[in-house]
Design a binder for this molecule. Structure first.
Ligand code: ADP
Length: 471
């Protein structure tokens, strides 16, 4: 079985968030299980990509309305990846240092998809499944089914996985001519709310849909960022498959990004060394718990609530816990969080930016990981938290519901209901109380570290899904 993943991100070469981790780890697991797996992403101006050895295997043009973009396909070699990586080079659109966030993101990712299909239509062997991820590749199922140019690909089964349905790749009908000529009677498939909507087109055209957790699938049926009706309509071909984590990359016993490696048996000692390192780096108090936050600083992640909560904590001069933040995103929120450092009282600090190594150290050295998410399709941080003995404190939403049970219900985390500073405050108070009860704390830490979050189950579920759509 040959699977091609088409994605905007892939760990370890191009990462903004969980999409990268999932595509990289799933592709790796599938290869280990004997599938032939290719991952195709754009070639960004990132040092992680520029240092890869590649050979050009195909060149052509993408026509996007009146624009013409030359592109080439690079095959990576001598990588330490366990799957085949292909890079689509469209210099004018992707030779940039960020993965997203440009005004022409629509042009960039529509061109990416067309380039992919222009290449695929020249290849004799037909893949078993095209596995599309998020809006960046969600037009592919539509294009292979209805664009005359890709007729040769029209029978390839497609699976669309939604990692974040908030971003839908919408654009006006004034850009309809970007799409390769298609059967115009099918325009309704593209349309949602008066616009072309890549996710809507993908939902209607893909043979099957998956979300990255079962609860998220439930949730978007009633609160689907405007697409709930459509989510309900395609429910018959949808399934929630809970993400796993790469237990080799995220393993405190072998992790060389942390200050001291540790396993379940020596977690207390190991975590203490990592915590001391963190406290030294960020001038925090080693005697009280570290509550960390790692993630994109956006409202969807509750980053604004994190600011309000941190501000209130510092104002109250409580000094019962440290707050340590690693993140980047919304500039206004970044500035707000930075403004608190002036009055940090040795219990608050942050690093604004993206730093993979630091993330590992923070998971290793913190006591609790706070996720005040408004929405969370799955969430990986809580699983990394478990693995590193860092107890998750989460709002009950999406995949967090599927992965974190409250300690009062025999679970291994602390859960709260509402998107409010009050709820975060009382959850953190419970965390501080737990921290003081060392016996219970250690039991929870060790039980969390024993949880199985490997990809084994999800991998089997994806395999079933592939078999279902390969008729
Ligand atoms: P999302 O994909 O919505 O951003 P997830 O919880 O699924 O959230 O995944 C987030 C991933 O991105 C985790 O691997 C987390 O450690 C990582 N991450 C997020 N922000 C940063 C950052 N500033 N520096 C390093 N890693 C980060």
């Amino acid at each position: 079985m040959e699977i091609i993943h088409i994605s905007a991100e892939c760990y370890p070469v191009a990462k903004v968030g969980g999409l990268a981790d999932v595509v990289g780890a799933l592709a790796k697991t599938q290869t280990q299980e004997g599938l032939s797996v290719k991952v195709v992403i754009p070639y960004y101006n990132l040092s992680s990509l520029k240092t890869i050895q590649t050979e050009t295997i195909f060149s052509s043009d993408v026509k996007l309305g009146q624009f013409n973009f030359p592109f080439s396909i690079l095959k990576a070699f001598n990588t330490r990846l366990e799957f085949d990586l292909y890079l689509i080079v469209i210099p004018e659109l992707f030779d940039r240092e960020e993965i997203y966030g440009y005004r022409d993101d629509i042009e960039r990712f529509v061109a990416f998809q067309i380039a992919f299909l222009n290449w695929q239509k020249t290849i004799e062997t037909i893949p078993s499944v095209l596995h599309c991820h998020d809006y960046h590749s969600a037009l592919i199922p539509f294009m292979i089914t209805h664009s005359y140019e890709y007729n040769i690909l029209c029978r390839i089964p497609t699976l669309l996985t939604l990692h974040n349905a908030l971003y839908q790749g919408q654009f006006g009908f004034d850009k309809l001519h970007y799409l390769p000529q298609y059967d115009l009677s099918k325009t309704n498939i593209l349309e949602w709310g008066g616009n072309i909507n890549s996710i809507a087109a993908g939902l209607r055209s893909a043979r099957a849909i998956t979300t990255v957790s079962p609860s998220y699938l439930e949730q978007i049926n009633t609160n689907g960022y405007g697409l709930e009706y459509l989510f309900r309509e395609v429910r018959y071909k949808s399934k929630g498959i809970l993400n796993g984590i790469d237990t080799e990359v995220w393993n405190p016993e072998t992790d060389n990004k942390i200050a001291a490696q540790y396993g379940i048996k020596n977690a207390t000692v190991g975590k203490k060394i990592n915590k001391e390192k963190l406290c030294e780096m960020f001038h925090l108090d080693v005697n009280i718990p570290i509550i960390c936050f790692i993630g994109r600083l956006y409202e969807e992640k509750g980053a604004d609530l994190l600011y309000e909560f941190s501000k209130k904590t510092l104002q109250e001069n409580a000094e019962k816990f440290n707050i340590l933040i690693l993140g980047s995103g919304n500039e206004a929120i970044e500035k707000q969080l930075q403004s608190l450092v002036a009055d940090s009282q040795g219990v608050y600090n942050l690093f604004v930016g993206f730093d993979e190594d630091l993330a590992h150290l923070i998971y290793g050295g913190s006591d609790f990981i706070l996720m005040p998410s408004r929405t969370e399709s799955c969430g990986l941080n809580q699983m990394y938290g478990y693995r590193y003995g860092t107890i998750p404190v989460v709002r009950k939403t999406g995949g967090l519901i599927d992965t974190v049970q409250d300690i009062d219900k025999n679970g291994l985390g602390i859960c709260f209901q509402n998107e409010t500073v009050e709820d975060i405050t009382s959850a953190i108070e419970r965390a501080v109380t737990l921290f003081e009860n060392k016996e219970k704390l250690n039991t929870i830490i060790k039980s969390g570290m024993m949880r199985d979050h490997s990809w084994n189950k999800a991998n089997q579920d994806y395999l079933k899904m592939y078999k279902l759509i390969i008729k």
